[in-house]
Design a protein around this ligand. Structure first.
Ligand SMILES: *Cc1c(COP(=O)(O)O)cnc(C)c1O
Length: 453
């Protein structure tokens, strides 16, 4: 019998609700705090920046299941369900007894999972009468998704793109402009925060931290403008749970259940998206799946950061968030996985790590490209440099299985394709890419910027 490679859901089988793991967590995430008063924030406080419904979702520790609005489901149908694929060719190349599956979130025209939350956030913004949205973007996937989603729901979008990423990936700016957004390199001279950063360091390459400061400033100083965020926050992971909920049904079709679930980690949205629906069975039904978040070893907040209350942005405009952090002004090396160059981890994930329900692993840049090259040559998909971290972690686990003669079932999330990242592949092939390490001393020094509580 021919091997079944792809597992496809019909439209009618696409989940109609998102899963909110906060409701099932034994220890809830600590609350975000007002940076001045250090008092816990209510959703009304957050609503100065974000769409209201997103603020309610952010702090919802009660409802495990949240209905996906009809209008969002309608848009999901353009590209969902996404395929779950058994990576036979990769298994064969590795000569591993492990069964490797990947959820392919690269198949939508925007090329990454980010669209799952962009559509939801723009829908809620529009519904409450907002006319403009603004955001930051690193490599540009979130900015591209947001620009498209804004257009879909009739909103104007202004995007601050990290300067270094803009230079590395000029086509992503073109994509955003094609969808009608205005795009600025961050730090820019168009905001107070940007000017201050440039004054301190005229050669600042930008980071997600600088771009968030600028976008938040624009949102708080412009009428009818809301800020949207592509990662880190609880409501973003909620919207991304569609990934894991589909994968759960598809793994059932494959007749297997994952022993390990792996995703790359920037702020935690694609990780949470694929992991949390499976993790609920660890929490509620005694399953023992292992959850692995793969981060760059040049930006190792999960494996070497500290659990602290810290700002989400460089200038210190955001609420204080309880998270594993390297310090809000940490400057990650210029690796090509722009989406993973962020100093902190989401609040949910940070609590889950403290509670031992998951763990991080850090991977050097060259290993991620080596893994991505093998994946491209076996499975025919060129992965995003971010996704390369998940693939590298998967390969490590598959090789351990080979060593031990163990037949584990591994599921990883392919968060996006790398077709706009080909300069990175060129550099790798030409031997021009490097590994970057961070010393303990640098991390300790940088953590001094984290406010004392
Ligand atoms: C943004 C991005 C990431 C990292 O963000 P998370 O919120 O951690 O998922 C990973 N992969 C791709 C393709 C991205 O665009």
């Amino acid at each position: 019998m021919a091997k079944q490679k792809k597992f496809i859901l019909q439209d009618s089988e696409v989940p109609q609700q998102w899963y909110n793991i906060q409701a099932d967590m034994v220890n809830k995430p600590l609350p975000p705090l007002h940076p001045g008063t250090k008092q816990p924030l209510g959703w009304q406080d957050l609503a100065a920046i974000f769409p209201e419904e997103c603020c309610k979702q952010e702090l919802d520790t009660e409802h495990a299941w949240i209905d996906i609005p009809e209008e969002v489901l309608e848009k999901y149908k353009y590209y969902r369900a996404t395929p779950l694929v058994r990576a036979y060719a990769l298994e064969e190349a590795l000569d591993t007894p492990a069964h490797i599956y990947f959820k392919n979130e690269s198949t939508n025209p925007l090329g990454s999972h980010k669209i799952n939350s962009a559509l939801a956030q723009c829908y809620y913004a529009k519904k409450e009468g907002t006319t403009n949205v603004t955001t930051e973007t690193g490599a540009g996937q979130w900015g591209a998704a947001l620009s498209y989603a804004a257009k879909v729901f009739g909103l104007e979008a202004a995007v601050y793109q990290v300067k270094i990423s803009m230079r590395q990936k000029p086509y992503r700016s073109s994509i955003m402009r094609t969808f009608g957004a205005t795009v600025e390199g961050s730090p820019s001279m168009s905001t107070r925060a940007g000017k201050d950063i440039i004054t301190r360091d005229p050669n600042h390459n930008g980071s997600l931290g600088t771009a968030i400061s600028e976008a938040v400033e624009l949102a708080t100083t412009t009428p009818h403008c809301k800020y949207t965020l592509g990662s880190v926050l609880n409501h973003v992971a909620l919207h991304q749970s569609i990934i894991g909920l589909e994968a759960e049904k598809q793994m059932e079709m494959a007749g297997e259940y994952p022993d390990q679930v792996i995703a790359c980690f920037g702020g935690g949205s694609n990780f949470g998206g694929i992991a949390f629906p499976f993790m609920r069975h660890n929490i509620l039904d005694g399953k023992t799946t292992e959850f692995i978040a793969a981060e760059p070893n040049s930006c190792p907040k999960l494996t070497r950061g500290e659990f602290r209350y810290d700002f989400g942005d460089e200038a210190g405009y955001t609420p204080l968030l309880p998270m594993y952090t390297l310090g809000h002004d940490f400057r990650p090396a210029n690796i090509h996985a722009g989406g993973l160059r962020y100093h902190g981890a989401g609040m949910i994930v940070s609590q889950l790590i403290k509670d031992g329900l998951m763990h991080g692993v850090d991977i050097p840049q060259l290993e991620t490209f080596e893994a991505s090259m093998l994946f491209a040559r076996t499975e025919g998909i060129i992965p995003a440099p971010e996704s390369g971290h998940a693939i590298a972690a998967t390969i490590r686990e598959a090789l351990k299985c080979k060593e031990a003669g163990e037949q584990k079932v591994i599921l990883f999330n392919l968060s996006g394709h790398g077709l706009i990242d080909m300069t990175a592949y060129d550099s790798y092939i030409n031997g021009d890419l490097h590994n970057y390490t961070v010393t303990d001393e640098e991390i300790q020094n940088n953590l001094k910027s984290v406010p004392e509580m």
